[in-house]
Design a protein around this ligand. Structure first.
Ligand SMILES: NC(=O)c1ccc[n+]([C@@H]2O[C@H](COP(=O)([O-])OP(=O)(O)OC[C@H]3O[C@@H](n4cnc5c(N)ncnc54)[C@H](O)[C@@H]3O)[C@@H](O)[C@H]2O)c1
Length: 338
């Protein structure tokens, strides 16, 4: 039964994907769609004639029948819209990143908790079969101790006008790291530069260090001639490669690594490190669309009062790293403690 009535604010590029999935879900019904642009809501009305449309989000928040609101507007608007939706008593699904500052994210987490409402951040990758498989594999201990998390997300475009490449692209990989790595990050260093007159950084490199020897690196770039979306996770026993652009073999597990043995005084180097090269394994991946799984999870959390996997706290942890990375970037790569 479609007993969760949903309103959506923001029907630009990503919003229609949410609308389609809320419409297809057995528990949710899209009742309202809101955008400042008439052209965009006209397009929604054409496809979903039963959906009420408005250019004023307050109208949607006032509607007592609406249980949940999905927000797919630009990042700088998230705080105000999420806060007002929560204050109006609605459960919220908001796009990544949760907010553009740690202070704002902390406030939203606290309001959601006080009002006992679900706050789910759309960290889409966490709901993909591939990332779930990687998490599952690491949880079995087969990877051993995690040595590093190395991600590359680069392409030509789409240059944004309101946020730099860190705020636009890094939330995806930072949210994946947050989901997979149990350790707490300790510090962030970031460098980057802009190649357009408006000064918004289009290339950036972020390094995150942890309490132990684990190190994470994120390379994000809007000016790359080739599209790469890859993560390599190196462990003491095995290594994993996630290639989002490989349609058939997104996850590969390599039985490769080094083995440390006791030193021999006469040939210290050779005797210390041995290389191991074993099999490569490609696990089967569930190909369910991430947003489908995510909206099913959102509905389940609302109906059964569960905490979402990507709740406000997860959103806050990601914003904490993004904010620190941005601070470091603006101060020529100074180390920021978390
Ligand atoms: N999860 C993902 O994989 C993914 C992918 C793309 C974008 N996003 C996120 O989705 C959000 C939106 O990105 P987009 O690419 O769709 O942007 P977009 O600019 O294409 O769309 C945003 C829409 O919000 C509308 N809007 C802005 N303020 C509004 C308000 N106060 N009331 C009603 N409508 C308002 C705009 O008119 C616009 O149509 C961002 O947070 C972005 O990070 C997530």
């Amino acid at each position: 039964m479609k007993d969760i009535k949903v309103g959506i604010i923001g029907c630009g590029y990503w919003g229609p994907n949410l609308i389609r999935n809320f419409n297809d879900n057995q528990h949710t019904e899209i009742k309202y769609a809101c955008d400042l642009s008439h052209e965009r809501i006209d397009r929604i009305r054409l496809r979903y004639p039963f959906v009420r449309t408005t250019t004023d989000y307050k109208e949607l928040l006032k509607d007592k029948d609406i249980h949940a609101v999905a927000i797919a507007t630009p990042v700088f608007t998230h705080y105000k819209l999420v806060r007002e939706a929560l204050e109006a008593g609605k459960h919220v699904l908001v796009e990544k990143p949760l907010t553009s500052s740690v202070k704002e994210a902390e406030r939203l987490v606290s309001i959601a908790s006080r009002k006992k409402l679900i706050l789910l951040v759309d960290h889409t990758f966490i709901y993909t079969g591939a990332i779930r498989k990687v998490k599952e594999f690491i949880a079995t201990g087969e990877l051993g101790e995690i040595y590093y998390f190395d991600s590359v997300r680069i392409n030509l475009g789409l240059l944004q006008h309101d946020v730099n490449v860190i705020w636009d692209l890094a939330p995806h990989d930072i949210s994946i790291m947050d989901f997979i790595v149990e350790e707490k990050p300790k510090s962030v260093v970031a460098t980057g530069s802009s190649h357009t007159p408006h000064g918004i950084e289009d290339v950036a490199y972020i390094t995150v260090k942890f309490m132990n020897n684990l190190i994470a690196h994120f390379h994000v770039n809007w000016l790359s001639p080739v599209k790469i979306r890859k993560i390599i996770i190196g462990g003491s026993k095995k290594m994993v490669v996630f290639d989002d652009l490989d349609p058939a073999e997104k996850v590969k597990i390599y039985d490769k690594g080094i083995k440390l043995s006791k030193s021999d005084k006469n040939s210290i180097y050779q005797s210390l490190i041995q290389y191991r090269t074993g099999d490569i394994y490609t696990p089967n991946i569930d190909s369910t669309e991430a947003l489908k799984a995510e909206i099913e999870h959102f509905a389940d959390c609302i109906k059964n009062e569960k905490t979402p996997i990507t709740d406000g706290e997860a959103g806050l942890r990601v914003v904490r790293i993004l904010e620190a990375a941005n601070k470091s970037l603006k101060r020529a790569g100074v180390k920021i403690l978390l």
